[in-house]
Structures are given as C-alpha cells and as structure tokens.
Design a protein around this ligand. Structure first.
Ligand code: GLN
Length: 262
C-alpha cells in the first residue's frame, strides 16, 4: 500500500490521518503530504491501520500518539490524565502575569499547568498535587523530560500541603455536570478529572473554602470552569472572603477562568 492509499483507506479526518501516518512512519506531516506515492512496508501499514481504527472508534488522537502539545511543551499523556486543552493556556497566562514566587497547582494531571509555569518562571517554587498516583507518574515523566523542578505530591485537594502557603493557587478541577450530554463525547478520559458532581461545582466549593488557608496575603486563587459557571464560582470565591474577583474569557469568548485575591 502507498501513503496515498493508506490515507484514503483510513476513513478518518484527513488532517488526523496525516498526523497518525507521520507517527507510524516517522516522516513529517509535510513529507507524508508531499509523497503520496511512497510505498509503506507491511509493518508500518498495519501500525497505521490499527491507529486509524482506534481513532475511527472514537479514541482521542492524543492517547493514540501518547502525547499532546500544551503551551509549547510536548507532554506525554495516557488515559490516567485529562488531555490538556488549548483553553487551559489562559490559566497559565493569568498565573504568569502575576509573577508569583510560589505556585500550587491542585489536581495537576499531566502536569501541564505547573510545568508551563515553571518553564517560564524558573525561579518560582512550584508544587503540584494530584489524588491519582497514576496521573502523578505521567506528570513526573513530563517534568523529567523537560528537567523542570516541580514538586509533585500525592493526595486529595490540599492534604499534601498542610500548613503551607503560596502566592498563587491554580486549578483546572473537574467541573462537568454528571448529566451533561457533552460527557458522552469524552468516554476515554478519567471521570476523576471531569465530573464535578450534580451541579458541576463540587470542586469549586472545596477549593474556595480551603484555599484561603494556603494563600499568602495578596495571593490569587485562579480556577478554570465550564461555560456558564462564572457567576456561581465567583459567588463561592466571595463567600470564602476573596476580593477583587473577576472572570476572564477564553479564545472563543467564553468566560473560562475566575479568580479572587486574599
Ligand atoms: N474542558 C473539559 C471539557 O469540557 C473539561 C475539563 C474539566 O472538567 N476540568 O471537555
């Protein structure tokens, strides 16, 4: 089979097919595009057809490839972690704007947010927690790959940072509502990283209530949330005594991050 025949046989999105074929062959996407006549050996052909069958069955490309780009980092991912989303880069931007000397990322997953912050603020002390040991394994691999000195700690919420305070606390917690139809489109990602309880706000209740005890005076709590959750999240921040609360839109114009200051 040639490259062109393999792409046609795959029956998935063309761009994704090129990406998977590039991974299967080791050629660049451009080279795959430029040489449809190139002959694939049997092993490469079956590797590609297996990958494209997984994609056709709905598995995310990032899990098939085993990595995903986020904030200029090529991060390892597997089904133990949420696949980093482009809109989450807003959370990194907002944290970097504040130049915190110390940062806590609660529920770090692949380590995406914590590693991006550490990369751009190498002098900051960055601590990242996760309730999932399997997720922390992925974060550790990513930290090692980029030689980024982020302290990874295992435990729920603030348990691993008892008695410690930070200049910024960042989180992209689970916030999808259990009966959200959108959830059906995400069967491959960990429920622990997605489900925010009956109204989607369970994680924000815990984070808002417990963050003030872990913030230094003037420190910010910044959290990603779902479309339409900004008013409820800001009400929780205000009830927790945080000030100058605000919400910021993602690139699609949807309020995506809300925060407040101690
Ligand atoms: N942004 C993700 C989605 O809706 C959800 C991530 C999360 O719950 N933190 O696909």
């Amino acid at each position: 089979m040639t490259v062109g025949e393999a792409l046609r046989a795959s029956n998935i999105d063309r761009r994704e097919a090129r990406l998977l074929l590039a991974a299967a062959t080791g050629f660049s996407e451009g080279s795959v595009l430029a040489h449809p006549e190139r002959q694939l050996d049997a092993e490469t052909e079956s590797r590609f057809l297996e990958m494209s069958a997984r994609r056709a069955a709905g598995e995310p490309v990032a899990y098939i490839l085993g990595h995903k780009e986020f904030y200029g980092l090529e991060l390892a991912v597997n089904p133990a972690v949420l696949i980093p989303r482009p809109e989450t880069e807003l959370l990194v931007d907002l944290a970097l704007d504040r130049n915190p000397a110390s940062v806590l990322d609660v529920g770090t997953g692949s380590g995406a947010i914590a590693l991006a912050i550490k990369r751009h603020r190498p002098k900051a002390r960055v601590v990242a927690t996760d309730a999932s040991a399997a997720a922390l394994e992925v974060a550790r691999r990513n930290a090692t790959r980029y030689s980024l000195d982020v302290e990874l700690r295992h435990g729920r919420w603030f348990e691993p940072v008892a008695g410690e305070r930070f200049e910024a606390i960042i989180s992209n917690p689970p916030y999808v509502v259990v009966d959200d139809p959108h959830l059906a489109a995400l069967p491959y990602e960990p429920r622990l990283a997605l489900l925010g309880g009956a109204d989607g706000l369970d994680a924000f209740r815990v984070l808002a209530r417990e963050a003030p005890a872990h913030l230094l005076p003037g420190g910010w709590l910044l959290m990603e949330h779902g479309a339409g959750q900004q008013d409820a999240v800001r009400a929780l921040l205000e009830a927790a005594g945080l000030e100058t609360t605000a919400s910021w839109p993602d690139l699609a114009g949807i309020p995506r991050v809300s925060g407040g200051k101690l």
